[in-house]
Unconditional design. Structure first.
Length: 124
């Protein structure tokens, strides 16, 4: 049985948002962050998941018209109703996961060269 929201639009937007906010984050870490955000959104209660899914499909449709990176840059500076909440949801999940998993991450996403902790880069 297919799930709603479909993971593709959420993953594509999350990937672009993380690349926008943390341009120096290594690709493998970005992929892990995108997967984390997708899992968390898929685990939302049904009414919230349906709402987030509807907004994600609208954002995906708009990104196909104007371009994903262009839309992400616009949304970063212009919090629109509903869409702005989706943007904040994805951003908060992504940033929380980055600094929880890799506390030595710089504000642009690159490693600072400090201790990396356990096997995932988090606390040992």
């Amino acid at each position: 049985m297919p799930s709603f929201p479909p993971p593709g639009p959420i993953a594509a937007f999350s990937d672009c948002l993380v690349a926008h906010d943390l341009p120096d984050l290594p690709v493998e870490r970005r992929a892990e962050v995108v997967a984390f955000a997708g899992r968390r959104i898929a685990g939302l209660p049904t009414p919230m998941r349906v709402g987030v899914g509807a907004v994600s499909l609208a954002v995906d449709g708009a990104s196909r018209v104007v371009g994903r990176s262009r839309l992400t840059s616009f949304l970063a500076g212009h919090p629109l109703p509903l869409v702005g909440e989706y943007f904040r949801l994805v951003r908060s999940l992504a940033l929380a996961h980055v600094w929880d998993s890799w506390p030595d991450t710089s504000p642009t996403g690159g490693p600072t060269g400090g201790p990396t902790g356990g096997p995932t880069g988090g606390p040992a």
